[in-house]
Design a protein around this ligand. Structure first.
Ligand code: FES
Ligand code: FE
Length: 381
């Protein structure tokens, strides 16, 4: 068989108008495209970085990856959270190599001991007095825009960030059908009950696309479809915008076996009770809302084929403080996560195949994924 004949075998006929193409396979493997996404998506928009309650006291800090940058997020002595690039202004050494920690009042670069305050200012450097041309005020750490919402610290590396309200808040409102629908879940007042991190060997877009559709629910999520019977028909993703998915009649709570859940969040209205809402906040957050807890995913793309996902299960503080058994509640979405990430990794294996060089197909219940692809293409080109 000649090369030409082989190529001819892999060309598909044009799609009927009712179907849409996916992105071509190389969008999930090409380091050049990944670098463009880092630069033009993750380094220009807002990313959810840190649970504010994880850095409760002055001097507490975490380092996080935003696009290709390492960022120090620290609570100052005034109680405010600030973020700075984790790059020494002297010769560029990475200042903090720890994921998290506590400093008394400053960060000291381990190389030549330039020392920066929690507000990023350069407070001292060896022999500074003998170097009058080194203006301390000119060599503070570079500031990263930050703000808190839903109890998390969100960061933007852009010099002039896009409106947080028009992007992040609007995404949540569009998904819930109203800007106020999230309020009743009191997300910022909830406490961390459990955290599980996942090292997913798949491109970040696989994870977004998977989260956006429920065509797969009947195949890979037996526990979830038991609790949410409407999900078994695969139409959930767009059908339930604005009014959530109802729990099954025999289901008592959003748990792995449908047994009773935990204390209901008081702000959850009667119209939101016994319902499940799933929200994608582009580009790297997924939120699930149920009456007694919130499942909050943050996603950190590390390479074209590797993504770190941190999933928090948040409950009323009194539920967490009481030591109540949250295992059955956590287990449901932990299984969903494992099932989803296994599926993403299964697809990732084929992204370099000649069979997928032109991509695949979005069936009608997945058409909204095409909008996500348009969104990516509009940014990356
Ligand atoms: Fe940090 Fe020299 S590189 S003090
Ligand atoms: Fe799923």
């Amino acid at each position: 068989m000649t090369t030409g004949e082989m190529a001819a075998e892999l060309v598909s006929p044009p799609l009927p108008a009712s179907l849409r193409e996916t992105l071509p396979g190389r969008y999930y493997t090409d380091p050049t495209i990944f670098a463009a996404e880092q630069a033009l998506i993750f380094e220009t928009g807002w990313s959810c970085a840190v649970l504010a309650a994880d850095i409760p006291a002055p001097g507490d800090f975490e380092t996080v990856q935003v696009g290709r940058e390492s960022v120090i997020v620290a609570r100052g002595r005034d109680g405010a959270v600030r973020a700075h690039l984790n790059v020494c202004r002297h010769r560029g050494a990475r200042i903090c190599t720890e994921d998290k920690g506590t400093v008394r009042r400053s960060f000291q670069c381990p190389y030549h001991a330039w020392t920066y305050g929690l507000d990023g200012s350069l407070v001292s450097a060896p022999h500074l007095r003998e170097m009058p041309d080194v203006d301390r005020s000119a060599f503070g750490l570079h500031r990263v825009h930050s703000r808190e919402w839903l109890g998390y610290v969100w960061l933007c590396l852009a010099d002039e960030p896009p409106s947080f309200e028009d992007t992040v808040v609007a995404d949540v409102a569009a998904r819930l059908g109203s800007p106020d629908a999230i309020v009743g879940y009191q997300v910022a007042d909830l406490a961390l009950g459990r955290r599980i991190s996942y090292d997913v060997k798949a491109n970040w877009k696989q994870i977004v696309e998977n989260f956006m559709e429920c065509y797969h629910c009947g195949t890979i999520h037996p526990e979830l479809t038991e609790v949410l019977p409407e999900f078994a028909n695969g139409l959930a993703a767009q059908y339930f915008v604005g009014h959530g998915a109802a729990f099954g009649d025999e289901v008592h709570g959003f748990t792995v076996d449908g047994s009773e859940g935990l204390a209901r969040i008081p702000g959850v209205g009667a119209d939101q009770d016994r319902r499940y809402y799933a929200i994608t906040v582009r580009p790297q957050v997924f939120v699930n809302l149920v009456p007694d807890h919130v499942v909050f995913h943050r996603m950190f793309p590390l390479a074209a084929d590797r993504t770190h996902v941190v999933c928090d299960w948040l409950y009323l503080p009194e539920v967490v403080a009481s030591g109540a058994d949250i295992d059955r509640s956590v287990e449901l979405f932990h299984r969903v996560n494992q099932q989803d990430f296994d599926a993403c990794e299964r697809c990732q294996l084929s992204m370099d195949s000649r069979s997928y060089a032109r991509g695949g197909v979005l069936v009608p219940s997945e058409h909204h994924i095409g909008e996500f692809h348009d969104w990516v293409r509009a940014r990356v080109g």
